[in-house]
Design a protein around this ligand. Sequence first.
Ligand code: ADP
Length: 877
Amino acid sequence: MSLKLSEIDRGKLTPMMQQYLEQKDLWPDCLLFFRLGDFYEMFFDDAVIASRELELTLTGRDCGFPERAPMCGVPYHAAESYINRLVGRGYKVAICEQVEDPALAKGIVKREVVRVATPGTVTGGTNFDETKNHYLVSIYADGGYFGLAAADLGTGMFEATELIMGHPRDRLVDEVCRYDPAEVICNPAFFDDVAREMVSNRQNAIFTIRPEDDFSRERTQVLNKEDVGPTDLKARAAAALYQYLSDTQKSVIGHLEPVRFYTLATTMGIDVNARRNLELTESYRERSRKGSLLWAVDRTRTAAGARLLRRFIEQPLIDVGEIRYRQEAVQEFKDRFMVRQELRETLTGLFDLERLSGKVSLGTANGRDLTALAKSLQILPALLSALDSVTAASIREKIADIDPEQDLADLISRAIHVDAPLTIKDGQLIADGFDSQVDQLRAAARDGKDWIIALEAREREQTGIRSLKIGYNKVFGFYFDVTRSNLPQVPPHFVRKQTLANAERYITDELKSMEDQILGAEQKLLQLEYEVFIRIRDQVLERVPALQRTARSLAWLDVVSSLAELADRENYCRPELDYSGALSISDGRHPVIEKVMGAGEFVPNDIQMDLDSQRFMILTGPNMAGKSTYMRQVALIVILAQIGSFVPARQATIGIVDKLFTRIGASDDLASGQSTFMVEMNEVAQILKEATPRSLLILDEIGRGTSTYDGLSIAWSVIEYISDRRNLGARSLFATHYHELTDLGSIMPGVFNCHVAVEEQGGEVVFLHRIEPGGSDDSYGIEVARLAGVPSEVVTRASELLSQLERENSGRERLKIRRNARPMDGQLDLFAAVQVNKEQDGLLSALADTDCSRLTPLDALNLLHDFSRQAQKMRGR
Ligand code: ADP
């Protein structure tokens, strides 16, 4: 079975194999499922791969050579699950069907690929998460700029943007990661761009290169957009995506919405690090929904609502008006418990209208899907009347978009059989009384069966064979079954058809002619039911745009009422939003940790920041005190506020944050082979490049990844840079272990200190998790080690060493921040202060600044030593 395609003369293959290869050549990067009777077969390399991936037996098939072609196959009725498994592992599968009736075919039955399943176009299957969108992303690269389009085939979402400002590559990575696609299509130029590697490092997706022509300007016409210019990169990405969907689905993608062009400037910028670190939609380690912000706040009742809430969280708004539009709806639903309850109750009965519309338009909807659609529509009048008295303008606008489509619901419920099966070719699809022809054929088939029962009784009587039965099988049709002992009683008009071990089977002319009628009627019935069904489905298809609008409104109502439920149950408050630059929260809580801990356990905390005297918080406190919890909590509250949600606090005023950055913990990026410190510095560099004065920066332990003095200097200069308005002046929270840095609070404008309070009770440290003004001095590292269960021997020895070090180094241990603090001149030079000191003037002023009365002898000696070293250096120059 080592027959290799590349080594054989294809002309010598059997005609069927040649037909196979013609199709395979059209889809070289796909596994080809080739329909042969009741099986899909795979051959050659495809067979080897599929047998390995699906644990199928690898066999062989005669192909015109002495050696057989490797082959394996799956039964057609179970194909979907095999296809899903392959696609789930990143393969693409082309499904090649018989496209003419084998009975009518002359020669080999014609076969064609009717659909290509790819990772980016999956719309169902086991393990399919309906609470999120599944995107296919298209990227068009042109000279360092990018067009980006994304579509969700299941729901019809289709949007595009371009990355042409600032740092296009970084933004592209952020945006692609936000979509989290399983598949990316791109032009050849993108495949060679460094951005492709950047995306690959972050995102587990398969890449498919599409011909440059697919991305050409001419192709953008298919989008029906008027304002597409020659340099419109997003339209090109969108056009190629549309083409790819048409190519793979082999049908009109009718439910794909007209592409929505958007700009990144209309939503909060959250880069991929911040998204992951803040655990917005999945936890950092397990990458599970549990433990994420989404998990903590999601009270939606429908899958479409869950998907929309996820999108809200992924893209907080920056326009106060838009945020208030949502807030207004949340407020009304929060205030009106009864209305909310009624709405949420009704929502529970809804099926996924968005995805059902998608199925209708992809031609995969079956009878049950239509029934589900009708049931959902039938709920809408009650839902609308529950909302009758609602006054919020935003809710009223959404209600206006809901079309209950009662005629359609009525048509479906009259037409579709209540027990319709999953298939649409096996009958029992159309309800009795809907179509007279269907009724007639059904009666004929049913009457025929009654007639058979009557005939059985009659012949039993006449022959006297008490066990005489009429049976049916596919090969012989209807027959009389006579057991061996009764053979002498068989009458002459019985014609023997088949002999079994214990019985003989007979037919009669009468039985045969009835059989033709019954089977004819059944055959016709199946065909007719199918046709009627398609007619109904086409009528639904015409209403898909309206159904989608309805579905989107319902999803929106689900989200805002879910946020209202959350606000009400969890005691959230409505935040004030403005453009003031304020960040003021009273009794703020961490939405996720609070939920995990249980009510009342979590210690609430305040924050008071602005763009003026309180813009840069240096937060100190021992490990485990609650620094990172506090900083994340502030970030999450800002995000919740900007999606229009209420927030876990007593009161909050949030000046809009345009971008949110985090530099948190050790997110070791092992894949890219960089050291933790390098990663940390990369992230810092990125933040300093991209932040604006309206951004919010969460910086945890900057400089920890290197030696003390290195780290301290970096942390220090980063603080100087960020807090200086001439550079940035953005609101920042900076947690640090370097207590020396708290001195900056009294020197630098805008910088202030806070610490997490701890209490020592009987020699033990108690964490109060309370944030208080001012810096802290003690790091309690040893106490934390003790709490963590480090053996007491080690802890005691550590205490001894600490005292010794403190005695020996008091004075030197602490860097002379005050002395080195550089004037706020707006120039960033990492060691500017040190350089000044190298000059004579610096040395003189340092001497002048020295307060001898406050120096210990050891301090004085150290200082003298420093000075004399510097003087010697100067002389040496
Ligand atoms: P740090 O960053 O200072 O090392 P963390 O923020 O990781 O500390 O918090 C340490 C632990 O304290 C966490 O397990 C958290 O559950 C708990 N904690 C933090 N803040 C609070 C709070 N405000 N109320 C109750 N528990 C808290």
